[in-house]
Design a protein around this ligand. Structure first.
Ligand code: NAD
Length: 291
């Protein structure tokens, strides 16, 4: 297939490269010339505008920073410029309302569109092992699935338009809250004089077990290798966790959901980010809970 790829940053760069490896012709566009240089090295054809990149393609994939940019790219430069009938896949993490709104406009203009945010970071994007959670009609999902499969290990249809974004922010709100609960627990265990490896051995086999502890332990030297073992570099940045928590709070307000743990996690990550720690992995918040 001929696929336009818009937004080839940390995540999109590797994803587009995997589409090329799967045999697709990829037309790349990004505002950053560095991103385009890397895309060219990875076998993409590069373009100087979205409109040129989407000309004559079968599909358009985007991986952009936020909902405002996604809406502007699709409304101004994709709809009416990509061939009618092309399938549109937005893989960015954005708010549910914008995802639904852009899809409604795309369908009205004659396109199939899905929201397909990802779980997994830069390494998963490079290795083609992302998990996609997809919102859209059955027929749009059927058309998008083979394209997403070339970039991921799992592609799950979450429901109608917007359901992919809803699943993503619900999952990440749970992750943010469970990471903080894990961090404060280890900080307290240390103050109570427990050996942290011994506490891990106990809790990972007891009812406190959770992913933030057993797959991504925030304590250096305890559990499997994680960003904690690399001075909290690499992994999932605090700033990105905060972005997802803010989207979760926005969604909670829109449906009047009571989310006290998610709200507190958002406040704690806001404080940590404001202290200049936004670039550190989100498990680094254990530092502020120990101090
Ligand atoms: P990034 O900032 O590295 O990449 C975004 C790219 O979009 C940049 O190269 C930028 O130049 C480009 N861009 C911005 N505006 C544009 C426009 N109008 N037209 C064309 N290109 C434009 O960000 P990223 O880390 O790759 O994240 C992309 C998306 O993936 C975000 O929505 C993020 O929340 C989500 N995400 C990121 C991670 C992660 O670990 N980085 C994990 C899961 C989901």
């Amino acid at each position: 297939m001929k696929i336009a790829f818009i937004g080839l940053g940390n995540m999109g760069g590797g994803m587009a490269a995997n589409l090329v490896k799967a045999g697709h012709k990829v037309n790349a566009f990004d505002l950053s010339s560095d991103a385009l240089t890397r895309a060219k090295e990875n076998g993409c054809a590069t373009f100087t505008s979205v409109r040129e990149a989407v000309d004559g393609v079968d599909a358009v994939v985007s991986m952009l920073p936020n909902g405002k940019i996604v809406a502007s790219v699709f409304e101004n430069d994709v709809l009416g410029h990509a061939p009618k009938g092309a399938v549109l896949l937005d893989c960015s993490t954005i708010d549910v309302d914008t995802a639904r709104h852009v899809t409604t406009d795309a369908v009205a203009a004659g396109y199939d569109m899905i929201d397909a945010p990802v779980s997994g970071g830069i390494a998963a994007a490079n290795n083609g092992t992302l998990t996609f959670m997809v919102g859209g009609t059955d027929s749009a999902f059927g058309r998008a699935e083979p394209i997403l499969s070339a970039m991921g290990k799992a592609v799950i249809h979450a429901g109608a338009s917007g359901a992919g974004q809803a699943a993503k922010i619900c999952n990440n709100m749970l992750l943010g809250a469970s990471m903080i609960a894990t961090c404060e627990t280890f900080a307290m265990a240390e103050k109570l004089g427990l050996d942290l490896q011994t506490f891990y051995d106990i809790s990972s086999k007891a009812s406190g077990q959770n992913w933030s502890m057993t797959s991504y332990c925030p304590v250096p030297g305890v559990g499997p290798t994680s960003p904690a073992d690399n001075d909290y570099h690499g992994g999932f940045a605090t700033a990105l966790m905060l972005k997802d928590l803010k989207l979760a709070m926005e969604a909670a307000r829109s449906v009047n959901a009571d989310v006290p743990m998610g709200a507190r996690a958002t406040e704690l990550y806001e404080t940590f980010d404001a202290a200049g720690k936004g670039g550190l992995d989100f498990s680094a918040i254990i530092q502020s809970l120990k101090d």
